[in-house]
Design a binder for this molecule. Structure first.
Ligand SMILES: [Zn+2]
Length: 314
C-alpha cells in the first residue's frame, strides 16, 4: 500500500506539503563564520531539492523553508543566494534568518522579505550553550519591535522545554507568533530523569507550551526527533505520548520540518576539529513520517504538512 509521505495534494497546487525546516551548507556559495562551533559536510541546494522530491509520493517538490544554520552565524548570504535561485526557478520557498539587528537596515529587511524571508531565528541553544532567559526575553522584544510591521514574520526559537514556563508571560505579550523548534525542546523518556519516564507530558514547560499554542501564540514544529530522544533503533518511539498530545490538544498549531541534512548534536565538537567536516546523522525519514502519520491520524498529519504551515507561510 502506498503511504503518502509528504504529498497531500488535492486538485490544486495550494495543497502541497511544506517542509518548514531545512538547511543549505554550500562552501562554494560563501564561507562559514570563523567563530563557528563545527564545520558540516556539504549539503547543497540541489541535494535538498532531491531529498524533498524523494520523500514525496509524486516526486513533486513541495514548499521549502530554509533556516539559517549556526556555522554561518548571522551571515545569511548563502541563504539569500539559495532563495533567489529557487525564486528564479519558480519554486515556492521561504527563509528564516539569523541577524545582527544593530547592523541590519529596514531596507535590507524588506529585500529579505521580497526573497521570501518570513522570520528571525533566535538560536540561543545552538552548539550546546546554556540558555540565559533574561537575555532571551530582551532579544524577543527587540526582534519583535523590528519585524512586527513586516507581513507574516515570526520568531523561531530553539530552547529547552523547561524554558516555556519562564517565557510564557513575555510571549503572551508579543505582537508576532513564535515557532517552537524541535517539539519545543520536549524530551522523550530516553533523555528524561527516571521520575518522568512514565509521564513525559508532565515535564517542566509542557503545560505552558500547550497553553501558548492553544492561544495561537506558538506553533510547535514536529522536527528533529533525534535531538529529543536517544531511541534511534525504534525511530524515537518514546516520543509517541508527546506527539499524540500535540496532535490531540493543538491540531491547528503543529507544523513539520525535516531538519535536513540532520546535523549532529554538538557533542565532540572542538576548535581544533574545525578542519574536519562533521558527518550528518543517518535518519530513516520514511519510517519517521509513517510513524507520525500513525500517531497523529491522517487529518492532523495533513494539517501539520499543509494547512497549518500554509497559513503561516504566504
Ligand atoms: Zn536544523
Amino acid at each position: 500500500m502506498a503511504t503518502q509521505i509528504i504529498s497531500c495534494h488535492r486538485n490544486d497546487s495550494n495543497n502541497q506539503a511544506i517542509d518548514t525546516h531545512a538547511h543549505v551548507f554550500d562552501p562554494s556559495l560563501g564561507p562559514y563564520a570563523s567563530g563557528r562551533a563545527y564545520t558540516p559536510e556539504d549539503a547543497p541546494l540541489e541535494e535538498l531539492i532531491a531529498f524533498n522530491q524523494k520523500l514525496s509520493t509524486d516526486s513533486e517538490i513541495g514548499t521549502l523553508v530554509l533556516v539559517q544554520p549556526s556555522p554561518y552565524e548571522n551571515d545569511c548570504s548563502v541563504m539569500m543566494q539559495s532563495l533567489r535561485r529557487l525564486k528564479d526557478e519558480d519554486t515556492c520557498a521561504f527563509g528564516i534568518v539569523v541577524l545582527d539587528l544593530d547592523k541590519t537596515t529596514d531596507t535590507e529587511l524588506e529585500t529579505m522579505h521580497y526573497l521570501g524571508v518570513r522570520g528571525v531565528r533566535l538560536n540561543l541553544q545552538a552548539d550546546g550553550k546554556e540558555v540565559n532567559i533574561d537575555k532571551l526575553v530582551l532579544a524577543l522584544q527587540k526582534t519583535s519591535d523590528r519585524i512586527c510591521h513586516l507581513p507574516g514574520w515570526i520568531i523561531q526559537l530553539f530552547v529547552p522545554g523547561w524554558s516555556w514556563d519562564l517565557l510564557y508571560q513575555p510571549i503572551l505579550g508579543l505582537p508576532v507568533p513564535v515557532i517552537a523548534d524541535h517539539l519545543g525542546g520536549m524530551l522523550g523518556p530516553s533523555k528524561l530523569p527516571s521520575s518522568l519516564h512514565s509521564s513525559s507530558t508532565s515535564q517542566p514547560g509542557f503545560e505552558s507550551l500547550l497553553s501558548l499554542a492553544k492561544q495561537s501564540c506558538v506553533y510547535v514544529k514536529i522536527s528533529g526527533l533525534y535531538r529529543m530522544s536517544n531511541e534511534l533503533s525504534s525511530n524515537f518511539r518514546d516520543l509517541e505520548p508527546i506527539v499524540r498530545t500535540f496532535a490531540r490538544e493543538i491540531p491547528d498549531q503543529v507544523i513539520w520540518g525535516s531538519d535536513w541534512p540532520h546535523t549532529g548534536d554538538g557533542k565532540n565538537r572542538s576548535k581544533d576539529k574545525l578542519k574536519c567536516k562533521e558527518t550528518f546523522r543517518v535518519i530513516d525519514n520514511y519510517a519517521i513520517m509513517e510513524q507520525l502519520q500513525t500517531w497523529m491520524g491522517g487529518d492532523v498529519y495533513r494539517k501539520m504538512l499543509v494547512d497549518n504551515p500554509g497559513r503561516l507561510y504566504t
